[in-house]
Design a protein around this ligand. Sequence first.
Ligand code: NZQ
Ligand code: ZN
Length: 388
Amino acid sequence: MLGNFVYYNPTVLYFGRGALSALALELPNYGPKVQLIYGGGSIKKNGIYDQVTALLRETGKEIVEDPGVMPNPTTDKLYEGCRIARAHNVDLLLAVGGGSCCDYAKGVAVSAWCEEDPWEKYYVRREPPDNRVIPVGCVLTMVGTGSEMNSGSVITNPVTKRKVGPEFGEAAYPKFSILDPVFTYSLPKYQMTAGIFDIMSHILEQYLTDLDDCTSDYIMEGLMRSLIHSSRAAIRDPYDYQARSNLMWTATWALNTLVEKGKTTDWMVHKLGQSVSAFTDATHGMTLSAVSLPYYRRMLPHGLPRFKRFAEVVWEVRPEGKTDEAVALAGLAAMEAWMKELGVALHLRELGVTEEMIEGIADGATILKGGYKVLTRQEVSEILRESM
Ligand code: NZQ
Ligand code: ZN
């Protein structure tokens, strides 16, 4: 049964080849000072920095530089961004990069004018923003997180080893996001495939949940089929525009809150992966791929009809002559084969996890109740060990 819900998403998207020109349409809506947020320098190598700064200058903006956003952005970087935003009293936060830059921009947006420690208020206590919020715009260069069209902001506290991602709600959705698939051509294969698995994981967290038959399930099945097809094409040819554009659009729809409507959601794989990242600083999508198969093999008996449907509809497993369990397991085996094609991490050891870290990672993984079975703390450790 489709549950009750409100659906609203305020982010304006500009999608396609040459979409950056839309920045000239958007910029006049904001005051003169733009905090230009970017990462470790990829946008300087691939020319996107020059294109963005040219448009900022043409529209008369004062550029306040905020480089060095690391993958898995930290609390220290968040505090630095807040100091920059306050010191210059900026009018717009423009993130140019992947999910880390977009998440960080949303974090600075709500935190810059917060009168207490924003980590405690917004990330630990998860209060809704009640101070001035600076508007955010995104120019996306990496595909996967969906951060371009949601209000999530994942920040890591390296001292407490906690990586958390509250959703700030309407105030912190990007006002606009610019999505040019060509901007993703320069992604290293490791990042591209990590992003592809991140998309799959976002869908599975919302699809392998209840046993209802919702429109959202059919949308997700279409998204997964497109994702699998386009991932193979993008690996064969990283300059395949059709594949890159399908991946980009699929990522956005996987996590802009549409497909969760009417459903319960799981997110346990993400809780495990986030805790792994907090201990190792590993790439987000790879932390998810490393724990997914042990987690889903454990869930399978508790959600058998849905795992069987997943196998048949998404992986085209033929059911004839097989038990339901055999069909469902064949679906997970097909997913594993696809993961090997992508070359994503299948073991936590590959990401630097050691036996000594396991219990700490397990302590850091919040146990959620939306999946087919609520894990015990013991099972969390067991899944992590099986993932090694
Ligand atoms: O630092 P730069 O130079 O930008 O290089 C980045 C970074 O090293 C590089 N890159 C990005 N675009 C590129 C490029 N290199 C060459 N060419 C390009 N066009 O890729 C590396 C990874 O970038 P990052 O932004 O960290 O990746 P991603 O988009 O996967 O974001 C990961 C962060 O998002 C969070 C993750 O936990 C992680 O902190 N998430 C955010 C979510 C949300 N807001 O809803 C949900 C997700 O589940 C996720 O948790
Ligand atoms: Zn994710």
